[in-house]
Each structure stands twice: as structure tokens, then as C-alpha cells.
Ligand binder design. Sequence first.
Ligand SMILES: C[S@@+](CC[C@H](N)C(=O)[O-])C[C@H]1O[C@@H](n2cnc3c(N)ncnc32)[C@H](O)[C@@H]1O
Length: 259
Amino acid sequence: MIREALEWLVTPSLPFARRSGHLSEFVAIAARRRRHRAAWASHEARSRAAVLRAAAAADPDGTAVILGAGHLYDVPLEELATRFRRVRLVDLAFSTATRRAARRLGNVTCLRRDVTESLPSLAPVAEPRFLLGEPGTRFVASVNLLSQLAVVATRDLDDATADRIGRALVQAHLDWLRRLPCPAALICDRAIEIAGPDGSVIATLDPLKGAAAPEHDETWIWELAPRGEIDRDHAVRHVVGATDDVRRPQRETDAQSCA
Ligand SMILES: C[S@@+](CC[C@H](N)C(=O)[O-])C[C@H]1O[C@@H](n2cnc3c(N)ncnc32)[C@H](O)[C@@H]1O
């Protein structure tokens, strides 16, 4: 607790993030990860590999932009900094380790920015303009960020309003990624599974609040809260999907191809 309070105090962030709960969540993620480092390792490795696979299709002669990069747990920064001329990390806040790594590599910058362009008021939910019409961006990756947009910002609202605004924030992010002029990779939660005492799934929740995620190229399980984190009997795991480029046309479904 003392460590978390200190981190909350010393971590530079966008000013509203201290009041909105975003910075508390940022610090809490680091604490949860310290408790479950081994359980999270394969999720982080698969996220890093998915970013690199998607980046391999992008022109390296320019800038790679990584959204939600705050702690860099799931971002292959060294490899990206070697491949691209520049790397821009985007988040509401950055850990000391991330800022240190950026300084060391030399061609990496940290940009504190709200990717929704709607916080803290949420009225209206905006169509983000970031990077549109900005030359030089060759690759964008949204890394384990999307479901967070629907949760933290809407925490103080009643359930129906929170779901409606959460869905709008998620949809606006997906629509914005599709409008980018370069490959746009997405790694995000597709489902939240609650497992009971015998390990079987007793409930499934939609972290995207009904917004339709693009087809994934790969999927895996993130053991977010093994038993003992929430209570003795239940575990929470996320089904994560990686899409190399959300701008790619969706494959036709059986129903569409028969139409
Ligand atoms: C679940 S963490 C993802 C882990 C992260 N990729 C890492 O390795 O640190 C979600 C990240 O999204 C960031 N985030 C949440 N809402 C955001 C927003 N509106 N704009 C920018 N970043 C946001 C959080 O600060 C956090 O660092």
C-alpha cells in the first residue's frame, strides 16, 4: 500500500488522471503484476510477439506509435526501436522504468495523451483525430488498452449509462484505428471468464460492451487474477485476441458468402 501511494504521488500523468481514478488503476496494474508475474508471463510474451509480427509488415522508415505503453510489460520496445527510425509511446502516464528505457534508447519519446480525446467529460464521446493527416507514421499498435477505455472512465456512472458510453469509447477507438494510413495492430480482451472452484467457467462477460472487435489472427488466455486474488474460490481470466491490421477487410462469413 505504501509503495502504491508513493508511486501514485511520483508518477507524472495527465492532471485529470489523478482525480478520475486512471492513475490509481495504472499503479494498481503494476501491483497486480508484481503478485502474478509468473501467471502473466505467457500473455506478455505473446503480446510482444504479436506486436513484432504485425510490425514486420510495416515500412520501418518512419515512426511506430504504441498506444497504452505505460509500463511496457507487453511491448517489445528494444526491437521496435531497432526496426523503426522513431518510436512514440502513448499513455496517460509512464512508469519510471519506461521513461528510463526511452532515454537510454535515444529514438523513443513518451507522449502523455488521452487516446479517446473525450476525457474527462465524456460528453460527447469524440472521434479521435490523433495521427490522422500526420505524415511519417508507419505503424500503430493498440496494446491491451481497449477494454480499459470502457471501464475506468465510466466507473462512477450507473450500469446502463456506463455500458452505453463504454461501448461508444471502444467503437470510436476501433473506427479511428481503421482510418489510420498505416498498418494498425490491435491486441485486446475479447471476453472475461470467471472460473469457479473446479476451474470451469461459471460466467462470461463482454469487456467491449457489445462493440464488435475485428477478426483476430491469434488468441490466448491471460490468467489475470488466479485464485486467491479476488477470493479463494474464483479466478478471472481474459481471452485476448491479436489482429495484425484492423484495416484489413474482414473475411466473409458463411452467411455473407451465400447471400
Ligand atoms: C491494462 S494496461 C496495458 C498494459 C500496458 N500495455 C503495459 O505494458 O504497461 C492499459 C494501459 O492503458 C492506459 N490507458 C487507459 N486509458 C487510456 C486513455 N484514455 N488514453 C491513453 N492511455 C490509456 C493505462 O494507463 C494503462 O497503461
